[in-house]
Ligand binder design. Structure first.
Ligand SMILES: [Zn+2]
Length: 294
């Protein structure tokens, strides 16, 4: 069996760019600390809207190829070397936004057989044996079909891997505490006249926002990892415009949203290691013994 570092983190995401927006600081931190960080991306995001006018000719497979290169550049910024496309490149197509006819394309991820996709992911789990899995909640954070499907596949794969010999000790969903989102948007609206975006998004546009007490862990990127996150987001130039100063960004809708340099999680499986009701500040907290004993 391959010799891997003792701490191993697996993240499952729908499209190239989701990992940097949601977990860029976390990935940079653990990569820098010598943990093995594995990213599994389920689709190449071939139906994403392209922001830079000079790249708008890219659609379909050509956009997918381009986004694969953006993903590689982003991972170089984060120091992450183990990146996989679920089932191999192009196995699952982008499903487009919920309710569009794209959702019915038999090649899209939304139409994928969950057990079959989960079996592919379970192979990765059994190879890497992560102590920590990070993915979305059951709504995919905000209702995008590929995000919902990524959630289903990740949770099912964890079950399958558990039955086959590797039970992942801790499973987290990406979150943002409501008070943090509200404060960040209040600041953003004040700064808006100086920003390169015409208006701001709303708290409801941010995936994974929940009441503060559901958030069990927070990872502060610190200066270095926050900078790596912003650089990784910039690498996804077809999808993300990062404002100068790197405190906010916009997707193709051109609505400003805060760039969170602290990332938040809800533990949904495993034992929280936060003390006295405090949030965990290390996703691996408490896992070493569990992992070695398994
Ligand atoms: Zn996405």
């Amino acid at each position: 069996m391959t010799e891997l570092p003792s701490r191993r983190l697996l993240l499952v995401h729908a499209h190239p760019d989701d990992e940097s927006i949601n977990n860029g600081a976390t990935m940079a931190r653990y990569a820098a600390e010598g943990a093995h960080v594995t990213l599994v991306t389920c689709t190449l995001g071939e139906r994403g809207e392209v922001i830079p006018p000079e790249l708008r000719h890219l659609t379909g497979a050509a956009l997918g190829e381009h986004r694969k290169a953006e993903l590689a550049a982003a991972m170089a910024e984060l120091g992450v070397h183990d990146v996989r496309l679920l089932g191999g490149p192009g196995r699952y197509g982008d499903s487009g936004m919920m309710g569009l006819p794209d959702n019915d394309d038999p090649a899209c991820f939304w139409q994928a057989d969950v057990d079959e996709a989960a079996a592919s992911l379970a192979e990765v789990i059994l190879e890497v044996r992560p102590q920590v899995l990070v993915t979305y909640d059951e709504d995919g954070g905000y209702g995008h079909p590929d995000h919902i499907q990524a959630h289903r596949v990740a949770m099912r794969a964890a079950e399958l891997a558990g039955a086959a010999g590797w039970r992942i000790p801790k499973v987290y969903w990406n979150r943002v505490p409501r008070s943090v989102a509200e404060d960040a948007f209040a600041r953003l609206r004040e700064e808006l006249p100086g920003l390169p975006f015409p208006s701001a998004a709303a708290v409801s546009d941010v995936p994974g926002v929940v009441d503060d007490d559901r958030v069990t862990a927070e990872i502060d990127g610190g200066a270095g990892h926050a900078a790596a996150k912003a650089a990784a987001m910039r690498a996804h130039a077809t999808q993300i415009a990062v404002a100068p100063g790197e405190r906010c960004f916009a997707l193709s809708n051109d609505l400003a949203q805060p760039l969170f340099t602290t990332e938040y999680y809800e533990l949904v499986r495993g034992e929280a290691a936060g003390h006295g009701g405090n949030r965990e500040t290390d996703l691996f907290a408490g896992t070493t013994d569990a992992a070695e004993a398994a």
